[in-house]
Design a protein around this ligand. Structure first.
Ligand code: KG4
Ligand code: ZN
Length: 331
């Protein structure tokens, strides 16, 4: 029986997500057990509850993914599992489960950097990458620009000094009483409002680094200032500031590091406003815009499997000699 599939396991944050993916990025199955209902009551992720929910969900989720793909473990070339960055309790559940299954099934286990997973989400279902590419990675944990010369040649151009953009969405959502996760709900509300409030655009005119904590605080100060509270207008003004920062930073990076494409990945890449403005930028510059299907922008096991294939195709992977090495996060 040919070993032509990878089982991808993602448990770095609040979703237990497992997928079976072939070497071309075709997804035979993808099953995600969401924890939104657990964390929504806190307006953000409660790490201890996240780890516990992973413990309950991980084996049934793996079982379901294998069943839906209708395969036996003999078909697995490897198990790819997120090894970091992420919440340590959540990561350990995925890592230990992968290690145990790998031993039981006699399948190698590859520890995958979560960010590499996002970077490779763009090639799920269809080959969209066009190198060299300037990549804007915008998620709940990270915000960075990096230049990708190939699947494995990645250099960081700039990242955030403080909060990530997804975190800013989530905090603003909480301040407005809109629940977790904040991105989709803030985006939806923003469409009903007008960007009437001049929130700051921190560091917009300098370098490639980002800063979102000042913007987040500006929204908080505005809410406490006694000014009229028009939630759609506050959301629209916040989104307007965020998008302008992301687009202008991307523009500057593309000016310094010319590329054939702009790739946007991570949970915030699901934002319709960001997609629309990025399309305008790439049209203007005459380059391609590479986006993952919205479904694969947020955390998922398929992107981890996709990144695991790179390790096999490019022979850059050295199997860990001890399980603790699985946890040492490289990029
Ligand atoms: O990549 P991801 O699923 O998890 C991390 O690696 O952090 O990203 C989650 C983040 C959350 O902050 C969420 O609010 C944001 O992505 N997000 C969005 C949208 N959908 C999810 N932000 C803006 N617009 C969206 N439609
Ligand atoms: Zn992520």
């Amino acid at each position: 029986m040919s070993k032509d599939l990878i089982l991808g396991i993602e448990s770095s944050c609040d979703d237990t997500s497992v997928a079976v993916v072939d070497k071309d990025g075709n997804i035979l199955s993808s099953v995600t057990s969401s924890q939104i209902e657990i964390h929504n009551q806190f307006g953000g992720i409660y790490p201890e509850f996240a780890a516990r929910a992973h413990v309950y969900d991980i084996l049934p989720t793996i079982h379901e993914a294998m069943n839906r793909a209708d395969i036996s473990p003999q078909r697995l070339k490897a198990i790819g599992v997120t090894r970091g960055p992420g919440l340590i309790g959540s990561l350990l559940v995925g890592l230990n489960t992968a290690a145990a299954l790998g031993r039981g099934w006699d399948v190698p286990v590859l520890g995958i950097n979560h960010l590499r997973g996002h970077l490779r989400s763009v090639d799920l279902e269809e080959n969209r990458s066009l190198f060299p590419s300037m990549v804007l990675l915008v998620s709940g944990g990270h915000t960075l620009l990096c230049l990708m010369q190939s699947e494995t040649d990645i250099s960081i151009v700039g990242s955030t000094r403080d909060d990530s953009v997804g975190e800013a969405y989530d905090k603003v959502s909480r301040m407005l009483g809109l629940g977790y996760p904040g991105g989709p709900v803030v985006d939806r509300l923003a469409k009903e409002g007008e960007a009437t409030i001049p929130f700051p655009r921190p560091m917009i005119n300098s370098g490639f680094e980002f800063s979102f904590s000042g913007l987040k605080s500006a929204v908080s100060r505005y809410l406490q200032s006694g000014a009229e509270i028009n939630k759609p207008n506050i959301a629209a003004s916040f989104v307007d500031a965020v998008i302008e920062i992301l687009i202008e930073k991307s523009r500057r990076a593309l000016k310094k590091y010319p590329a054939k494409s702009l790739t946007i990945v991570g949970g915030v890449a699901a934002s319709p406003q960001l997609r629309e403005h990025a399309a305008k930028l790439t049209d203007e510059l005459g380059i391609e815009l590479c986006l993952p299907p919205i479904k694969w922008a947020t955390d998922n096991g398929a992107m981890i499997a996709m990144a695991a294939w790179d390790y096999i195709h490019h022979d850059v992977y050295k199997p860990p000699t001890a399980q603790v090495e699985l946890l040492v996060s490289d990029f």
